[in-house]
Design a protein around this ligand. Structure first.
Ligand code: ADP
Length: 449
């Protein structure tokens, strides 16, 4: 029998005892109804006293011991005590978990800031206070861009693409370089991880300086060597037996010159932290010239230029020239003379523009594609070297495009050919100057062997 049933039986027995006592009293007095009413009144009074005691205890539960009640009231008190104990246990456990969480986030070497969907600060840990100079209480509720005002960070938030982190050199007043990574979670909330990357940035900058200085220092002696070699090769009194080796030396020194030029160009692009300029660049004109130059090269595949748009670009002309020239040069280097190179300049309906350089060359195996833009990465080192490649061309292309907020897509199939696509966002596109006068498929240049 459960405690509750026992208590019920006990309570019923007590009511019956009251009624019996009332009946006996009524018989004694000769007034049964009055006796019963008196007994019920006493029973009710007793319940009220118990209820009053219970209420008093509930109000001061933490200070007073539970009342010693029997029957159903005793059951109620036992249940309340049990509920209270369980609640206290869960509260204690929650507090422990919360305290541990706070300690672990405080001990984290990274700054953590919780933001709402409007990028307003909800919470931050101790490291965030140190890295971003946040102040507890004062800064909670403020928009993060009011406190981290670097334009690169503001652009990162606006773009909303949080797949990669953002590195901001010299982000704070005390010269710290920070890396920011946003992780959206839950109901439109965002976790912002902030890391001090000053050491990595300093090392990277040292590496860049070293490469730039070494390349710069190599340039002058190389120019002298190349000059002498050219003179020696052209000297009519030169021993014919030496002409072969001298010619090879001259080709190798030309290659070294090209490597130094590419390294210097990469160093220059590395050093630029701001976006490229927004100068108007006549892309159709540039492509016509480049394709024209390519077409007159000996042993080059047939080149076809399709200008499907008259749009220009807003950017830095030298960098865009370098991007287009590198892609066309690669297509020419790796496509056999009986192949075809197609260059297509077009604009999407949403205003973006793209340049596609397609060739019918040997193609590239899928496993190489993700690494093609790494410095000195070559699919076939021997073939690339004999074609005069430095392994730096696509790294320059990628950097220069990133500088313009553009992307490089590479599609290729072994034995079929490759397509290198530069995708420019609408803000970099200069709309058609001569609307309606678009020459759709301009076989502007057709050249070959
Ligand atoms: P390189 O100066 O050696 O051409 P790049 O950085 O321009 O260096 O290219 C990297 C590698 O990508 C090349 O060595 C080559 O193996 C491969 N590659 C680039 N363009 C093409 C292409 N159009 N067709 C086939 N392979 C290519």
């Amino acid at each position: 029998m459960t405690g509750a049933v026992q208590a019920l039986i006990y309570a019923l027995t007590r009511v019956l005892a009251f009624l019996l006592a009332g009946l006996l009293l009524g018989l004694l007095l000769g007034h049964i109804t009055a006796g019963l009413l008196l007994a019920l009144g006493c029973g009710l009074g007793w319940q009220l006293v118990n209820l009053y005691g219970l209420d008093g205890w509930l109000r001061a539960r933490n200070r007073r011991a539970p009342p010693d009640l029997s029957g159903l009231w005793g059951e109620v008190v036992t249940n309340v005590v049990r509920l209270h104990r369980r609640k206290r246990f869960h509260k204690q456990r929650m507090l422990t978990v919360f305290r541990e969480l706070r300690h672990s986030t405080a001990a984290m070497p990274d700054g953590v800031v919780v933001l709402n969907d409007n990028y307003e600060i909800l919470w931050f840990n101790r490291m965030a206070t140190r890295l971003l100079n946040l102040r507890r209480k004062v800064d909670v509720g403020l928009r993060i861009t009011n406190l981290v005002r670097d334009p690169r960070f503001v652009r990162y938030l606006e773009a909303g693409d949080f797949h990669t982190s953002l590195e901001v050199p010299q982000a704070t007043r005390d010269g710290l370089s920070l890396s920011f990574q946003l992780v959206p979670y839950g109901k439109q909330q965002c976790l912002m991880l902030v890391r001090d990357v000053s050491r990595q940035v300093a090392l990277e900058s040292m590496r860049q300086d070293f490469v730039a200085n070494a390349s710069h220092e190599l340039r002058s002696p190389l120019t002298v060597i190349t000059g002498y070699l050219e003179t020696l090769v052209l000297d009519p009194q030169m021993d014919p037996a030496l002409l072969g080796p001298l010619d090879e030396m001259r080709r190798q020194s030309d290659r070294m010159n090209q490597i130094v030029r590419d390294l210097l160009e990469l160093s220059r692009l590395d050093a630029v932290t701001d976006e490229a300029d927004f100068n108007p660049v006549d892309v159709p004109g540039l492509l016509r010239t480049l394709c024209g130059d390519l077409a007159v090269r000996p042993n080059t595949a047939t080149v076809q230029l399709q200008l499907q748009s008259d749009a220009g670009l807003l950017g830095t002309e030298t960098e865009l020239h370098s991007v287009f020239a590198n892609l066309l040069d690669n297509a020419a280097k790796y496509t056999p003379a009986d192949g075809r190179i197609t260059v297509i300049w077009s604009a999407d309906s949403d205003g973006d523009a793209q340049l596609c350089v397609a060739d019918t060359g040997p193609g590239i195996a899928a496993e190489h594609l993700p690494r093609l833009t790494e410095r000195f990465y070559r699919v076939d080192a021997g073939r690339a070297r004999s074609a005069g490649g430095t392994g730096l061309g696509l790294a320059i292309v990628k950097h220069a495009l990133e500088h313009h907020g553009a992307r490089l897509l590479i599609e290729s199939q072994e034995g079929v050919g490759s397509r290198f696509i530069c995708h420019f966002p609408v803000r970099r596109v200069l709309p058609d100057s001569l609307e309606g006068s678009i020459d759709t498929t301009t076989p502007a240049v057709a050249a070959g062997t």
